[in-house]
Ligand binder design. Structure first.
Ligand SMILES: [Fe+2]
Ligand SMILES: [Fe+2]
Length: 402
């Protein structure tokens, strides 16, 4: 198991590689250089470290030129020696954090027929009641804060949407590859930048007063958001998981056509001024993506390679369902906890100020602070230290710097 000393040492190297005042996309810090033996803090730092390893696989450029030579700065960000060091921790972290969940999904889906599964999944998703988080927001006076929190926590992956799944498209593997490529180009707006899904996501972030640069909000990500990000990236950054990746796409495209419709309706009703194209676009296009995954990817792969490929696809879908369910349940529990704190005067809704974020605080760590100290909790607002231990254990807060 990767220990505190390894995580702390990796954190110091990432801090040095980031340099002073890095542009948000190249900010690799993890808090791990100051992490203590609080198990929640260590768990969070492990996930942040793993996220940094995954982010190193993408071309990320700052929106404006950094001071000095851009070529030199790029070389430092993607320094192969530093990347290799981080990569040396990746397998151990994945074995601890993600592999047990994949093993559990395989055990739970043993013997399932992929086609029966896919048909039932489509029917289930269509028959579902409204997304529980969206339904909760309809009744909550803090709905602006909750939606801001939802956007911020989901931005870990969605501000670079489909970069993870792109890793499952490159290579050489027959007709299924071409179908996956067609889905991928939809995700990238068919080559039209303003229609790229990550750019549409940026627009709704902006309308809720959030920074729109990829990785800008990392200091406010809670552990549940990192778990979901890393659950997805574990699949796509390991080619051995190819059939689990197909299962991810089967579940995600099917579930998304429904959840994005709920979000689209909610935004139209409660935030009519917000840009909802991201959700409207998915409610439509993911109907096609689901059909493409079933007919042009899963079916031919199983026909060619046999039933154990079908079983792996079902395991990937259920691994994904479990990851989404955990993140969704956490989001809802956090909303409840925040509303309870607001009701007794222990919390105030406010957009985060990224220039005033100090040390990270877990729900356990908050007990050691002065009870009245106000902590920033993600995109929600400020919460008194005395109330934060009643938040879900995967929640995360920051002290103010001044
Ligand atoms: Fe998309
Ligand atoms: Fe899609």
């Amino acid at each position: 198991m990767t220990g505190l000393a390894d995580i702390a040492a990796a954190g110091r190297r990432l801090l040095a590689r980031s340099g002073a005042t890095p542009p948000p996309v190249w900010d690799l810090r993890t808090d791990a250089d100051t992490v203590t033996d609080d198990p929640l803090a260590l768990h969070h730092a492990k996930h942040l470290t793993l996220m940094r390893a995954y982010q190193g696989r993408y071309i990320l450029l700052p929106s404006a030129a950094p001071s000095g030579s851009m070529v030199e700065r790029l070389r430092r960000h993607y320094d192969p020696v530093e990347m290799a060091h981080l990569e040396s921790l990746r397998h151990g972290l994945e074995t601890e954090l993600s592999v047990p969940r994949a093993t559990a999904a395989r055990a739970a889906t043993k013997g399932r027929d992929w086609e029966v599964y896919a048909n039932a999944l489509k029917a289930d998703v269509r028959a579902q009641a409204e997304n529980p988080f969206v339904a909760y927001l309809r009744e909550s006076p803090q709905r602006d804060a909750h939606y801001r929190q939802f956007l911020l926590q989901s931005s870990a992956d969605l501000l670079a949407e489909a970069s993870a799944s792109a890793l499952g498209v490159v290579g050489e593997f027959g007709p299924a590859q071409s179908a996956l490529f067609r889905i991928l180009i939809d995700e990238f707006g068919y080559g039209t930048h303003v229609k790229k899904h990550s750019v549409l996501y940026r627009a709704v972030m902006r309308d809720f007063g959030l920074p729109e640069d990829y990785n800008a909000c990392w200091p406010l990500f809670d552990t549940a958001a990192l778990e979901l990000h890393n659950a997805i990236h574990y699949l796509f950054q390991n080619p051995a998981n190819f059939f689990l990746q197909v299962g991810f796409l089967l579940f995600a495209e099917t579930a998304y056509q429904r959840s994005t419709q709920d979000h689209f309706r909610y935004l139209r009703e409660f935030h009519p001024e917000a840009d909802a194209r991201y959700f409207g676009e998915h409610a439509h296009i993911d109907l096609h993506h689901t059909a493409m995954i079933i007919d042009e990817v899963a079916a031919p792969l199983v026909a060619t390679y046999g039933a154990d490929v079908g079983a792996e696809i079902v395991a990937g879908a259920e691994y994904t369902r479990a990851a989404f369910d955990r993140a969704g349940a956490h989001m809802l529990a956090t909303a409840h906890a925040f509303d309870l704190a607001v009701a007794v005067g222990d919390a105030t809704a406010a957009a985060p100020d990224l220039t005033n974020l100090g040390a990270a605080v877990t729900t356990a760590g908050a007990a050691a602070l002065a009870p009245d100290e106000r902590l920033q909790v993600g995109g929600l607002g400020t919460v008194a230290a005395r109330a934060f231990p009643r938040f879900p254990t995967l929640a995360q807060a920051r002290r103010a710097t001044g």
